[in-house]
Design a protein around this ligand. Structure first.
Ligand SMILES: Cc1cc2nc3c(=O)[nH]c(=O)nc-3n(C[C@H](O)[C@H](O)[C@H](O)COP(=O)(O)OP(=O)(O)OC[C@H]3O[C@@H](n4cnc5c(N)ncnc54)[C@H](O)[C@@H]3O)c2cc1C
Length: 639
């Protein structure tokens, strides 16, 4: 464990991408081409500038949030100097280059005939927001991972606006099974496992998971093998009663609220936590709570003590199959599912191709998987749409009285300086919590509502492994670790698309996805997110790397895994501001009592400034990011 990871062996056979772990501003800065003003001297013009291949601490990478945090702390303007006017004038400036911002540009062009001049400002070194692509080079092949948004899926049916965008991008959702090697893991005998750790359960043990991530039977391949129940019942290091309780929850159809109507049951489940339901209504042993405490973290960002039992039931978690309640969201979700090897980064890339065709070669939704983006072409003066990366909007205000002004002035920080541009309209497709700091002229009540959208922190780490032989020996494809630093260690869906081929043989190098939701059980949900965010900001990459090595060594060691030899590269996508906050009947009483939700007040259009992004709908899904872009464009083009 204490040996350094030199990756020396690896360099002999397969090579890790050069330039990894550099910051974009460290890369050569050269003037170039048809860009004007400071766009011409940005790091994006360097031939080495290629953020998807950077490893180390990514997601909200170092340097991406300094300006915004200094604005929050009230210190930004002390040292900012006088902004420099670029002289640039646009029809529309969009703050935020995530799927919502990119979709807003797309909708605006459609609404205005395609001639509009649009500038998108994005504080990160890459576009896509949470929909982020991670690339690894392994010998002569490129391996992809999703650094954020995983797939097209939603508990709600996609709206016609969202579906329309997916179709215009050429994505045929129904064709997904064609790209999925559905039987690959099963054919190799790899099934879902649970890693019980010594500290929590008294012994380190890898056991078949007989009842894997609930509701995931369609595409996530979380299929338990035939031996799973006997194996679990014999081997799981929890009390015998707890094993029987797990079997009852997963296999028996029992109604824990006999005599109540479906509506009464739902009302009761809405007011109690899932942990409480399991303990008090289903009467399970305390070991079951320890086993399931963290199953909800990937979806909700908090453990089962902080999610409503009704949400658990709607998500298909164990214990509700005999209650006569329909997990209605799941059927829609399962029908409309699509996963690119880089997740929904491909949606962001397809949107960029539509907006700036010269920046991303190709013409189909499958060739985009291996297409290489040309970052130097994102911000060319000749292009009607420009994306300016490494640029944090720090002030957005009407030029005069918002009711009568004809222009909005946007100031942004880039490379240590502040610049201004002007626009006829502005869409804030960034995060709600940022907006009060950059748009001070908004009414106080609206700012208050915006500030309540505490995002859910997440850590999505992709680890390039020399091969899958330990997974093969242990017959595992995904591992739930209730006591682990990361709760989930997953092989990605085996998807081959266009020129891209997923790893197939046990000896192939592969990218393993590890996820963590930093939260602090026992606190109200919003406070858990705030504490988790601080934890993410203060955890160094070195600490993460050590945790990864330790967890993989303990889990996969019996399969011959050696972290110093087998871990070839790590990309830790840190999202302190991750999922949009979704309202919960446990914590947001207005859901039970009725009335305007904070997000409705928060997203009100103000003069020539509209608000998009998934926070505006309080739903952490790609379709919501698109829906809100559609609404914002509709409102702004009417004003
Ligand atoms: C880890 C993770 C996994 C997810 N998985 C799924 C999934 O599988 N399926 C699904 O449907 N949804 C998923 N979601 C939710 C989905 O990704 C989001 O709802 C959607 O992508 C959000 O898009 P957005 O444009 O609203 O926000 P973002 O993607 O966050 O984009 C907003 C951008 O604005 C930038 N910004 C903020 N402030 C400023 C500023 N002052 N100046 C310039 N730029 C600024 C931000 O840095 C960000 O890049 C996931 C989210 C996360 C975090």
């Amino acid at each position: 464990m204490h040996r350094r990871i030199t990756r020396r062996d690896f360099l002999n056979g397969v090579a890790v991408t050069a330039g990894a772990a550099m910051m974009p501003w460290d890369l050569a800065v050269t003037g170039a081409g048809a860009r004007d003003g400071q766009a011409a001297v940005g790091p994006e013009n360097s031939p080495n500038y290629y953020p998807p291949a950077l490893t180390g601490l990514r997601g909200s990478h170092p340097g991406s949030f300094d300006a915004a945090h200094s604005l929050r702390d009230g210190t930004f303007w002390d040292s900012a100097g006088t902004p420099e006017d670029t002289g640039e004038i646009y029809d529309l400036v969009i703050v935020g280059g995530g799927i919502s911002g990119l979709a807003a540009a797309h909708f605006y062009r459609k609404a205005t005939g395609g001639k509009a001049r649009i500038l998108i400002l994005e504080n990160h070194d890459d576009f896509g927001g949470h929909a982020k692509r991670n690339e690894f080079r392994a010998g002569d092949r490129t391996l992809l991972g999703y650094g954020g948004t995983y797939s097209i899926e939603s508990p709600e049916p996609y709206s016609s606006a969202a579906k329309g965008v997916i179709e215009e991008l050429g994505i045929e959702v129904s064709s997904f099974p064609k790209y999925l090697e559905r039987n690959l893991y099963g054919a190799n005998g790899r099934v879902p496992k649970i890693f019980f750790d010594k500290e929590t359960f008294g012994a380190d043990k890898l056991v078949d998971d007989p009842c894997p991530f609930p509701g995931g039977e369609t595409f996530d391949l979380a299929v338990a093998g035939p031996e799973a129940w006997p194996h679990f019942m014999a081997e799981a290091p929890i009390s015998e009663q707890a094993r029987k309780d797990v079997s009852r929850l997963c296999r028996e159809k029992k109604d824990y609220f006999p005599g109540l109507s479906a509506a009464q049951k739902e009302d009761r489940l809405a007011r109690t936590s899932y942990a409480r339901f399991l303990t008090e209504s289903a009467g399970v042993h305390g070991d079951v709570i320890r086993l399931y405490q963290r199953i909800s973290e990937p979806l909700f960002g908090v453990g089962i003590e902080a999610i409503a039992a009704l949400d658990a039931s709607e998500s298909g978690y164990p214990g509700f199959s005999g209650m006569g309640l329909e997990p209605e969201g799941l059927s829609n979700e399962r029908k409309y599912f699509f996963h690119f090897p880089d997740g929904n980064a491909s949606i962001a890339r397809l949107l960029v191709r539509k907006l700036i065709p010269q920046a991303l070669p190709g013409n189909s939704a499958t060739d985009v998987v291996t297409a290489r983006a040309d970052y130097a072409k994102l911000d060319e003066s000749a292009s009607p749409v420009r994306i300016r990366l490494n640029s944090t909007a720090v002030r957005v205000k009407h030029a005069g009285d918002p009711a009568r002004a004809t222009e909005v002035e946007i100031a942004y920080a880039r490379g240590g300086k502040v610049y201004t541009v002007k626009a006829g309209r502005c869409i804030l497709a960034c995060w709600n919590v940022v907006i009060p700091y950059i748009c001070e002229e908004l009414p106080d009540a609206q700012k208050h509502a915006l500030a309540s959208a505490q995002k859910v922190p997440l850590l999505y780490t992709n680890v390039l492994l020399r091969n899958a032989s330990a997974f093969q020996k242990l017959e595992a494809n995904s591992i739930y670790a209730p006591g682990g630093y990361y709760t989930h260690v997953d092989m990605d869906l085996p998807v081959s698309m266009g020129e891209y081929r997923c790893p197939r043989a046990p000896e192939d190098p592969l990218v393993v996805h590890m996820s963590k939701s930093p939260c602090h059980a026992g606190l109200p949900a919003r406070d858990q997110h705030i504490a988790g965010r601080m934890e993410l900001y203060t955890t160094t990459f070195e600490t993460m790397e050590r945790k990864i090595r330790e967890q993989l060594a303990r889990t996969l060691g019996p399969g011959g895994f050696d972290p110093a030899r087998d871990i070839l590269a790590i990309t830790a996508n840190r999202w302190p501001h991750g999922y949009a906050y979704e309202y919960s009947t446990l914590w947001d009483k207005f859901l039970l009592e009725g009335g305007e939700t904070p997000c409705e007040l928060a997203r009100k259009t103000h003069g020539r400034i509209a608000i998009a992004n998934s926070d505006a709908g309080a739903r952490a899904y790609t379709d919501e990011a698109i829906n809100q872009a559609w609404r914002a464009v509709g409102e702004i083009t009417k004003s």
